[in-house]
Design a protein around this ligand. Structure first.
Ligand code: 5GP
Length: 189
């Protein structure tokens, strides 16, 4: 049976083990190495959720690279996207002429990626690609372009490996999904 944890009264079930995450990170790093041979890409981690994935990914990648961060806010402490993306920290690096790789922990609606594209494209990068560990196939806006995907998952709320539950549980080594509560049976039914 999959491992379970209870956080603030909510039950979470292990969805992707530490071992499977490691394998996926290695696979993504290999694909990136193959495509960026002879280049020095800039990995841009989207804070806060991507910090663990970014740290693991860049240590698997063999090409020389630079690292920068953007901080966005869309979820706040809620479990559903607010639909509003705000920029909380801008880039420090020069984008023009560079090979940019956006590093996301998860693509849900795709609004954050769309926002980032509109922010970066006018700065004339040489190329702009997106890597995400998790991709929610059912909730993503059609046409959202993501170039490297670790796992395609349903629209469950997930935590761990950088992803928070109201700012906590980012340090879990595996990824857990919120266990849907069965609908309450009607009294007397
Ligand atoms: P999007 O803009 O694609 O809807 O959402 C992207 C951001 O929402 C992610 O970077 C992440 O911070 C947050 N997010 C989306 N789905 C989840 C989830 O299942 N769990 C957590 N903790 N955050 C999520």
């Amino acid at each position: 049976m999959a491992a379970q944890i209870t956080v603030n009264g909510d039950r979470f079930v292990e969805m992707i083990s530490e071992r499977r995450i490691k394998t996926a990170v290695k696979r993504l790093a290999k694909e990136i190495d193959r495509n960026y041979r002879g280049r020095i890409p800039v990995f841009i981690g989207i804070l806060n959720g991507s910090f663990i994935f970014l740290a693991d990914l860049v240590r698997e990648v063999k090409v020389d690279c630079e690292i920068d961060f953007l901080k966005l806010s869309s979820y706040g402490d809620a479990k559903i996207s607010s639909g509003n993306v705000r920029l909380l920290k801008d880039l420090n690096c020069q984008v023009e002429g560079r090979d940019i790789i956006i590093v996301e922990d998860i693509v849900d609606t795709g609004l954050s990626i769309e926002y980032i594209r509109h922010l970066i494209e006018p700065q004339n990068p040489r190329s702009l690609k997106v890597v995400t560990l998790l991709f929610k196939t059912d909730s993503v806006k059609p046409g959202t372009q993501v170039d490297y995907i670790g796992f395609r998952i349903p629209s469950d709320f997930v935590i761990g490996y950088g992803l928070d539950n109201a700012q906590r549980e980012r340090n879990l080594k595996a990824i857990y999904r919120l266990h849907a509560k069965p609908p309450r049976e009607k009294a007397g039914a």
